[in-house]
Design a protein around this ligand. Sequence first.
Ligand SMILES: Cc1ncc(C[n+]2csc(CCOP(=O)(O)OP(=O)(O)O)c2C)c(N)n1
Ligand SMILES: [Mg+2]
Length: 345
Amino acid sequence: MTETDTTLLPPERPDAALMLQMYESMVLIRRFEERAAEEYMKGHIGGFLHLAIGEEAAVVGSISALRPDDPITSTYREHGQALARGSDPKRVMAELFGRSTGICGGLGGSMHLMDVERHFYGGYGIVGGSIPLAVGLGFAISYREGDSVAMAMFGDGATNQGVLAESMNMAALWKLPVIFFVLNNHYGMGTAIDRASADTDLFKRAEAHGMPAKQLDGMSVLAVYRGVLEAARLAREERQPSMIEARAYRYRGHSMSDPDTTRADEEKERWEARDPLVTFERVLYGEGTLTAETAEAVRASVETQVEEAVAFADESPPVPEADLARHVYAHPWSEDPRGSAVVPR
Ligand SMILES: Cc1ncc(C[n+]2csc(CCOP(=O)(O)OP(=O)(O)O)c2C)c(N)n1
Ligand SMILES: [Mg+2]
């Protein structure tokens, strides 16, 4: 928790180009989600919409420390993961709108983004669902004698699901290249972590499996970057799985339908005072990587990207009704045995 932004030494310190890329990625995620919230309120986005505003450092820091071919899995709060991996913001926004041009053809929506080409193996609605899938990906890497690393991203709420212990045990026993990355935003829906977990130091869960673990300041993109870089090295070079706990905060309610009236203003203000974008900007200004002009150019470019994404989504056609049951059944049949009106083709 005490790691500062300025103590990174080479080769842990990202070069100036990567730092700027990380900064732009964080600004993009923030603006993309703010605009998604507006579009949700206008009724353009249906279903659920979970925003990760406030968590950008944890998302970008971790993903930037991986290779682009290292597979990752995540929860339903995963717009940032897709964007940080380089998915086209237009196609991500179109997915939120449920349009056929979306990254999953509009059939997944906000909670089920997936971009296999970029080794992003999905958003999952089941709490803890992302964890065993990443272990499976880690097993596949190991079986094929590859050198990539799988990262499971999940929330604090998932740490009390039995599947975490099962998955960690298997990864440790079989020496699989897996990183268990818990984004501890201190709440599972409206329940504070200390009302749900007997021990709120989540990284300690790794100890039972003989696994190294670190607790990091999840509001610092560089602290997260460094922690995950080391975890990736352990997994890649030593087949040693590990756990990272990034401590952060989501500024908004659980989802757009949560008015977020139970968390104390004082608590929110305390976290917002350490906003990951502002603190990273300070570091970048301090070392001259960012100037006021570059920052302005980044913001302007992001604004254009997000507006183009909204326009693209808005102009895209909806998913044709006939396609709604596609991918639901493995084998199409001509007659639905249950007599349902939806007959997959
Ligand atoms: C197995 C399961 N149980 C309950 C739920 C309902 N549920 C959805 S999100 C959520 C909270 C999860 O919190 P956390 O893992 O901390 O992730 P966060 O939403 O904070 O990112 C719950 C209980 C679910 N989706 N799946
Ligand atoms: Mg949480």
